[in-house]
Design a protein around this ligand. Structure first.
Ligand SMILES: [Mg+2]
Length: 338
């Protein structure tokens, strides 16, 4: 089969500021395998580059796995990021669906009516008026995810209180590793009073003691604690059982739809909730993950909405956060005219 890869520059509508820093462009990699298309998100804080993904895609080992259609055998060399594997995994899934003549969710037997509603993410801002403006633009949206981890608990709490005052919708928060266990124990009880639906990655990625401390010391009525950075692939779920209440699965972290489905089944067996998340991605990767939405509790697939120009069309979300999956075979994405 014929495989090719090239990078695509994506301009962001507004600088996206989270606790790692701010950025205005991303360069992702698009992969084609015959008429199948896939995408690998280049996440700068993971140390990834487009060139590394492209050389992985063009390697002899990948060509061999692709020729056998064995997604399972897409092995990553040490140090390679899972985004590279995801790009190939997605293109093979798209090709498979096109050959079968059905969208992936249908081939998996999933009911699109079971998709939970989508959240919309508001990044942090140094300027309080800009922040209020970003909130107002999403007034009426039913589920808003606030990025926290400004470095000041006071400021973090201000953001949630401001959003609670400005917005009618439900709030959830993502601290992106920013808090110590003691800080999390200070702020999370106050978030309960503000009706926060869940708290994502309250403590550091490797802070297992922190996870243990907060899961035992927080009150019973706390919102679910969702692990994001602490969860990468399939192997990272079981150490979190009993500490985190759920996991955030992303294609670029786990390596594609094949491992994402494994993770969903493993987490369910452990009684954990499922969130499907994303990086800054085009409608290729966002739509790919959407096909698993009927299996999720929470959806955070808004990475394509951050782009000035999304080169593809696929799944859509309306102003109520309702997701519509495409009817077309495979991923169901098509290139958008310039
Ligand atoms: Mg997160």
């Amino acid at each position: 089969m014929k495989i090719s890869a090239h990078s695509v520059t994506l301009q962001l509508r507004v600088p996206f500021k989270i606790s790692y820093g701010a950025s205005t462009t991303r360069e992702n990699v698009l992969v084609s395998i015959d008429e199948g298309v896939g995408e690998g998100a280049v996440v700068p804080y993971y140390g990834e580059t487009p060139q590394r993904i492209i050389s992985y895609v063009q390697s002899r080992e990948v060509q061999k796995a692709v020729d056998h259609f064995s997604i399972e055998d897409l092995r990553l060399p040490p140090g390679e990021s899972s985004a590279a594997r995801a790009a190939v995994d997605l293109a093979l899934h798209d090709l498979w669906g096109k050959q079968q003549g059905h969208p992936l969710y249908r081939l998996w037997g999933l009911n699109p009516a079971n998709c939970p509603r989508m959240s919309y993410t508001i990044p942090m801002s140094d300027d309080d008026d800009t922040y209020r403006q970003m909130l107002r633009e999403k007034q009426g949206y039913p589920l808003i995810k606030l990025k926290l981890g400004s470095g000041s608990l006071e400021k973090d709490l201000w953001m949630v209180k401001t959003a609670a005052a400005e917005m009618d919708g439900t709030l959830c928060v993502d601290a992106n590793n920013a808090w110590t266990a003691d800080q999390a124990l200070t702020i999370i009880p106050q978030l309960i009073d503000l009706g926060v639906l869940f708290v994502e990655q309250p403590v550091g990625r490797y802070d297992m003691d922190g996870w243990r401390k907060i899961s035992t010391e927080l009150p019973e009525d706390r919102p679910p604690l969702i692990a994001d950075e602490s969860v990468q692939g399939v192997d990272s779920i079981s150490p979190l059982a009993g500490l985190a209440d759920g996991i955030n699965i992303k294609l670029a972290k786990c390596g594609g739809l094949f491992p994402a489905r494994q993770m969903i089944h493993q987490a369910r067996e452990l009684g954990m909730k499922i969130m499907l998340g994303c990086m800054v991605e085009t409608s290729v990767a966002i739509t790919a993950m959407s096909h698993l939405a009927p299996l999720a509790d929470y959806l955070d697939l808004d990475g394509n909405q951050l782009l000035i120009h999304d080169p593809f069309m696929g799944m859509t979300v309306d102003e109520h956060g309702t997701l519509t999956l495409p009817d077309a075979p495979g991923l169901g994405v098509t290139p958008r005219a310039e």
